[in-house]
Design a protein around this ligand. Sequence first.
Ligand code: C2E
Ligand code: MG
Ligand code: MG
Length: 320
Amino acid sequence: DMETTYHYENEFRKFHFSATIGAAKLFDVKDAGDVMTRISIAYQVARQLEKNEPVFFSEDFYADIMRQKEIIARFQRSLEMQEFVIYYQPKVNAEDKSLCGAEALVRWNTQGRMLFPGEFIPILEKDGSICRLDFYVLERTCELLRECMATGLKMPRISINFSRKHIGNPDLAREIISIIDKHKVPHQFIEIELTESEDFKDYVVMAEMIRQLKEQGISTSIDDFGTGYSSLNMLKMTTIDLLKIDRSFIPREEDYPNKKKDCIMFENIANLAKSLGYKVVVEGVETQNQFDYLKAVGCDIVQGYFFDQPLSVDKLLKRV
Ligand code: C2E
Ligand code: MG
Ligand code: MG
């Protein structure tokens, strides 16, 4: 029987038992170390997947777990070696397509390959290292802004992604401000993009952090609204400056004329955010049709391949 949960009840109490099971078939495996490795990997995967059934070892799991371990092991040294490279994707005003901001997006240039965030950020998040990377991106960006100011180049505001893993840090706002001040960058040049967490307690913490940043003139935005945990509570409890609606929330082009459900949802969320005093940013805009629609329904700022790719520092400076 492969059930991993079991309930038992007597006259006094109910009992719920559950098990995480990793298993391996051991036909050709003779070495005791190999036996243990296989079972341990199957168990780690079972824990990560939180499935209610046993997970059997496979070579793919092995490769996956080894890759995760390697990323975590190499992270700190890569950070010191400056292997993390920052690209900046412009944001433009919907009204006149003028440049009004840029988002810092990190890449990992390592062993002759360029890794994209999807390949390493989820792993660094599990391990907590993402927090160091976010501060690194903030530092480098402040340095860049400072250099540009010295040359008289008029830079737009730059937004930095801060992982929800920072929520446990009660000094986050203070640490962010001290980095910005260390580089003598005026606060209005920095925006912090935050994503939501599933935990209601965290709203309170986030709301306080957002308040502290705002008090110091640093803008905040909620990223990826419309996906994952994003919720109306967040709009109610905080005073962010911008709401970034995720590209998966943009209605499909064939739905624009007959205003399907997706359009009704999108337009009302955008209106709600605007009525609450938040600017609406839409990310992942790829076509003229999407842009025309977004502009017509009142979105303030757009970002996406239709306007710009994430740019290297050189290209960003040319663009500015
Ligand atoms: P995000 O913050 O929502 O960033 C937007 C992502 O959408 C970027 O992917 C960007 O390259 C991509 N994108 C922009 N325009 C378009 C478009 O028109 N079409 C499509 N299909 N995609 C577009 P990227 O750079 O791969 O970053 C993925 C995610 O990784 C980011 O999502 C962000 O959550 C995370 N991330 C990136 N850099 C950092 C960082 O320094 N710290 C943290 N904590 N997270 C980061
Ligand atoms: Mg972002
Ligand atoms: Mg986003």
